[in-house]
Design a binder for this molecule. Sequence first.
Ligand SMILES: Cc1ncc(C[n+]2csc(CCOP(=O)(O)OP(=O)(O)O)c2C)c(N)n1
Ligand SMILES: [Mg+2]
Length: 746
Amino acid sequence: MQPIDPTDEHFLAAAGALRPDLNRTGSGVAGAPAPDPDAPIRPGSGLTAAAAIELFDAQLTSRHLDLAARWLRGQGFGYYTISSAGHEGNAALAAVLRPTDPALLHYRSGGFYCARAGQVLGQDPIRDILLGLVAAADEPISGGRHKVFGSQPLAIIPQTSTIASHLPRAVGVAFAIERARKLGVSCRWPDDAVTVASFGDASANHSTALGAMNAASWTVHHGLPLPLLLVCEDNGFGISVRTPPDWVEATFRDRHGIRYLSADGCDLAETYDRAVEAADWVRAKRRPAFLHLRMVRLMAHAGSDVETGYRTGTEIAADLARDPLLGTAGLLVRAGMLTPQQVIDRYEAVREQVLAAARRAAMRPRLSSLRRIMEPIAPSHPYDVALAATRQPDRDRRDEVFGDTPPESEGPLTLAQSINRALLEASARHPNLIVFGEDVGRKGGVYGVTRGLQRKLGASRVFDTLLDEQTVLGLALGTAVSGLLPVPEIQYLAYLHNAEDQLRGEAATLAFFSQGQYRNPMVVRIAGYGYQRGFGGHFHNDNAVGVLRDIPGLVIASPSRPDDAAAMLRTCLAAAEVDGRVCVFIEPIALYHARDLYLDGDGGWLAHYPLTGEHVPLGRARTYGDGGDLTIVTFGNGVYLSVRVCRRLAAAGIGCRVVDLRWLAPLPVEDLLREAATTGRVLVVDETRRSGGVSEGVVTALVDGGFTGQVVRVTSEDSFIPLGDAANAVLVSEEAIEKAAMDFVR
Ligand SMILES: Cc1ncc(C[n+]2csc(CCOP(=O)(O)OP(=O)(O)O)c2C)c(N)n1
Ligand SMILES: [Mg+2]
């Protein structure tokens, strides 16, 4: 076969020119004794000749997979051409780790993947990677949904394309290994595992990467263990943008609490030795290290990238001369393990093997059925969820946390109290549950919702994080995929947005891109919505949920009443446990401490704690009243406002019913259509926005469901929330609801 890329051509020419080191024993010269496979590949290195040969094969395989990717693309079969060429030194990283060490990898990890696959029986990395390149339906990790390095048997958690977005999760995974052991609950990874996370030099600048490293430093500073090996694969470029040669070292050499090591990533023996040092240190000390590997990027950024537009020919030639495959071939030839011809023969044999497999892969069926494509997004087993939600909590643990006053015996509770008790109860039902966020520990939350939890459950289960929502969610992602059941808190809805990709891009997609082989069950509690009396302004009254509503598979719970809140929290935790669902639980701040409904002292917004056997099925609404003139459809604060308005409407002779949606996703369509049909008139009361708010979904569901009556909506305005009383001008008011209802019915 003719070489198909300059990298290919260069390797063949340069490998043929390699020469053995005549000063070394067994130097491959005819008649010399055969070299000892257990001897170091180079004096002073811990890498044996035998191991070097194995890693060379992994490197060759990776390279030919990259060449095959270009061939497949050219033939119209392949969809992906970002290569690992120049980064194959990461095979050494796999060699120094265990195949049970969780890995979150850079997209140039072909060498690592092939080397790790060689450590586990029954793996066929050539087939699996090729199936990924052609998006075949039987590709084992994503089933043709995405080209990723991921594998369940190889403990490689697949990554998204968003650079650095896996690093907060990596911190969470490392944290989980130690925390699960401390709590005595089971973990997906062995007790002494090391988490490895790799990324590029340009990615290292991303705030997500820096946030994760900061979180690692913070963790160490607090004396907590964090077995995390960060690996920066520095090829000096982020597509066309240069990273100065000394930037990564200057920036990361002295990170507080993170040990820095570096190596020439094109030299397999040096990479191996430094990686052994780093991995052994992390494993033994349970502290993070940063391994900086200087590499080259061959075959450009991707197949479509013409690098001559931003690099000189001399530079490109200098990188080719540093080809890590050539480096390893040189080690092997110099040690007398292979002759130059044997190197070339081996290279060509792997080419043939990979190309033959590529031809087979190209013929594999692709994903075509919609049902199959979407299957992993929102698994739903309502019966099992109901069982899990209503399962008796461990009695001893429950007694321990509640003492003499179980919540059923407490008398009516506020929303905040009810959620508080539900979290305590959940700790007894789910021994792997952990609660964390900014201020949730000592202070018990800005609004007291988690008050007393840390004292009762201990600081290992209920703890404060540093002030970084990306880290809060990353901890949830990493602990969840490791087997814990995280309940992170985002202090205000407005502050979700700076970390939102961790939910949208990472949490919500994991099951989709791994066919459920990796899941990150969690319940993210978010204090939200407007009408706060104490604390004004937009950011403490943010009412925008559009950004959540369009995330496929995300469960959005929006309790309004105290009893529903506890029961819905049970459901969310059960849906997370049973179906691996990612749930967002939006708590209306303005109702946290509400007690009365119509009159001072009436206690109309308090409720008794639900009995253990009660839960609220996903996507089921609740109706208040049975009036026949008008159906008000609402949620959150809208329930409180609408129920009050209803009483006034009743006095005016208008019979209303108020439907509390309770779930903003999935919407309770069946209940909605039934209640709408009963009156034939629907007034949607939506405290979020007129555009992108919940009401758009409700109206659409009515139309889709064939509702033939009339629909009107009152919503908050498409505005940010101003400070003080001006807020009332943009938020839905009782007056607006009442007027709309009157106009509608009369
Ligand atoms: C958050 C984000 N922004 C932009 C991109 C587009 N992009 C993909 S790779 C890349 C460069 C990454 O460079 P580096 O981290 O050095 O990795 P390398 O490709 O050099 O190995 C960019 C900008 C992305 N994937 N994610
Ligand atoms: Mg780079």
